[in-house]
Ligand binder design. Structure first.
Ligand code: F6R
Length: 616
């Protein structure tokens, strides 16, 4: 949420910063702004709306920059997305500029204190208090921006990443973080700061992960990191294993289209290197000893949005393979209901970004209760894996489109791997049984590719439904969370009412919604694996069709039993029941994407959303 960039070095700072913002625009796009020093003087430009508006303003009023700059793309929390509320914010003397991601919870108190001292505010944001406080502290600390930042941070409550520059020290960018992401890019004679590495990956792949409550002072030739009291801080340096081309559209009109197409590769990469020469499953990064995993008596999966849906699917696989009770809970609800946790509970936190505040708070809560926490995450160096006892990275590469696609499928793969690993270390499955399932997983990239090659009818169908007001989704067993995922994609991309139900629940109420012509998507379980479920859902399809629904049926190829009741039949490859979500989700992604495009929506940046939700 909110993208932040900082640069110091010999390159044209304004260009570097705006280019970085373009790569971070998926984090927030309500407004954008930059601050640079031009001949030693602080200059800012900011505009409501997408980055294009800021670019136009900069073009209309060109300026030079002295090799230092900061920038911001906003997802509004305090104050509407207007020019005035856009970041950067400056103090009354226009001496210091600051950008911010997060929420300063005690801002009302701080604002009151500043106003009592005669300070005049120009915006409704919580961020502006920081600009004024930094200005006061700069005076107090003789223009030392690092000392001023440390002093200000000690007074702030809440979650924040702050990045500031000041006229007092024109070669210095200072940043601070608490509960909000910030990475440093180490260049050669230049350095970078950003909410995530995508912003500077075109310049350097050497990154430094900042810890909690740390302040970094960045000059072209030095990086100094301290805690809020000025003591040197411990950090972790790492090399990013993907390059700038991975975060570009590569010939596609939208990142989402590219990311859907990348799914076979993403699945294959997530499976890579997981099986040792002796055939055993090895999850090296997991950091949880087999002995600890043998003690586990319960699993609780916490996650949000699509990651939550991945967790719901994981429950079926984990309980079936491991016979360990597994609960799945929306992270934002978890810690507020006093859940029963103990050292024998394994909490699995699923988060693409590794930064979702709701999930992070659930992780912290679980660790306070002495539970072991395993993160499933796509972003190396992000907060959730750092604060967990172990991690399993999905290797989907950067996902720029706001809607989760390839990361969702790779989360499923990671969950399957965790389930199989637990079964292995607990002696519940023989090596050949595990290998058989790994072999089935290894064939999934090919099966997903097959779906991608046959989705044109789904596109045509989606375009024909552009005027529909509501679409319902039905599923059973693992098909139910798949239906939920399909409904979520449609809501967020096409801004349509979409709802998913467990097909068996239909007769307990929702069937009253069915009316003539209402599109209902039904995910049909495999005939072979779960024939009872299959037959029941065929009856459900007949029930809704009898009441006028337009049935859109996703079923295994060759499943002739559903054809007579399908207004549209979407065939997917026959795969083992528990793995079916990997193929069944894909047409739903394409459906939502195409329908949204037909409505003229921006599928990479749907309204009101942000990729990484760093506020609770
Ligand atoms: C939906 C979507 C969101 C995220 C959710 C969790 O397409 O992308 O629902 O799944 O915000 O985000 P992470 O996985 O980063 O914690």
């Amino acid at each position: 949420m909110c993208g932040i960039v900082g640069y110091v070095g010999p390159k044209p700072a304004l260009e570097v910063v705006v280019e970085g913002l373009a790569r971070l625009e998926y984090r927030g796009y309500d407004s954008a702004g930059v601050a640079v020093l031009s001949d030693g003087k602080l200059q800012t430009e900011k505009r409501a709306g997408k980055l294009a508006n800021l670019r136009a303003a900069l073009q209309a009023n060109p300026r030079s920059a002295d090799g230092i700059g900061i920038g911001h793309t906003r997802w509004a929390t305090h104050g509407a997305p207007t020019d005035g509320n856009a970041h950067p914010h400056v103090d009354e003397m226009n001496r210091v500029a600051v950008v911010h991601n997060g929420i300063i919870e005690n801002f009302a108190q701080l604002r009151m204190e500043l106003e009592e001292r005669g300070c005049k505010f120009r915006s409704e944001t919580d961020t502006e208090v920081v600009a004024h406080m930094l200005s006061e502290q700069l005076t107090e600390h003789n223009g030392d921006l690092g000392a001023a930042m440390r002093s200000v941070c000690r007074r702030l409550e809440g979650a924040f990443t702050l990045v500031a520059i000041s006229e007092d020290d024109p070669g210095l960018v200072v940043a601070a973080r608490r509960n909000s992401p910030l990475v440093v890019g180490r260049g050669n004679g230049e350095n970078f700061l950003a909410s995530d590495v995508a912003a500077f990956i075109a310049h350097t792949r050497d990154a430094i992960e900042l810890g909690q409550d740390q302040v970094v002072e960045l000059r072209a030739d030095s990086i100094t990191i301290t805690d809020y009291d000025g003591a040197p801080a411990q950090v972790r340096e790492y090399h990013v294993d993907w390059d700038a081309s991975a975060a570009e559209k590569g010939g596609y009109d939208y990142f989402m289209l590219k990311e859907i197409a990348e799914q076979p590769r993403a699945i294959a990469d997530t499976l890579l290197g997981r099986v040792a020469v002796d055939g055993t499953l090895t999850l090296d990064e997991m950091r949880l000893a087999p002995e600890e995993l043998r003690q586990i008596s319960k699993i609780v999966i916490v996650a949000c949005g699509s990651s939550y849906h991945a967790g719901l699917i994981a429950k079926y696989a984990i309980e079936h393979w491991c016979r360990i009770p597994c609960e799945v809970e929306v992270a934002s609800e978890f810690r507020y209901r006093d859940p029963i946790l103990d050292p024998q509970t394994l909490v699995i936190a699923i988060s693409q970004s590794g930064e979702s505040m709701d999930t992070l708070m659930a992780v912290r809560y679980a660790r306070e209760q002495q539970s072991r926490v395993l993160a499933i995450c796509n972003v190396n160096g992000s907060t959730i894996p750092r604060e967990s006892d172990g991690v399993l990275y999905t290797h989907a590469g950067p996902e720029v489109g706001v809607a989760a696609t390839k990361t969702f499928l790779t989360q499923l793969v990671a969950c399957y791997l965790v389930g199989l690993y637990l079964a292995q270390v607990r002696g519940l499955k023989f090596g050949d049984e595990i290998n058989a399932i790994i072999g089935q997983l290894a064939r999934m990239p090919e099966q997903v590719e097959k779906v991608l090659n046959t989705v044109q009818p789904v596109r045509d169908l989606a375009r024909s439904l552009a005027e529909a007001k509501t679409v319902l989704f039905l599923g059973r067993h693992v098909g139910y969370p798949v239906a939920m995922e399909g409904a979520l994609k449609l809501k967020e991309l096409a801004y349509m009412h979409a709802e998913a139900f467990a097909a068996g629940e239909l007769k307990h109420g929702p069937i009253a919604l069915i009316e003539d012509g209402l599109p209902v998507v039904v995910v049909v379980p495999s005939r072979e694996g779960r024939s009872v479920l299959h037959d029941k859902i065929v009856s459900n399809i007949q029930e809704i069709r009898a009441r006028g629904a337009r049935t859109i049926v996703i079923a295994e190829e060759g499943d002739e039993s559903v054809r007579p009741y399908s207004d549209t039949l979407i065939e997917i490859p026959a795969v083992p029941t528990l793995l079916q979500p990997l193929v069944a989700t894909v047409p739903l992604q394409v459906f939502a994407c195409e329908l949204a495009l037909a409505k003229g929506n921006d599928v990479d940046q749907p309204r009101n959303l942000a990729k990484s939700v760093t506020v609770e």
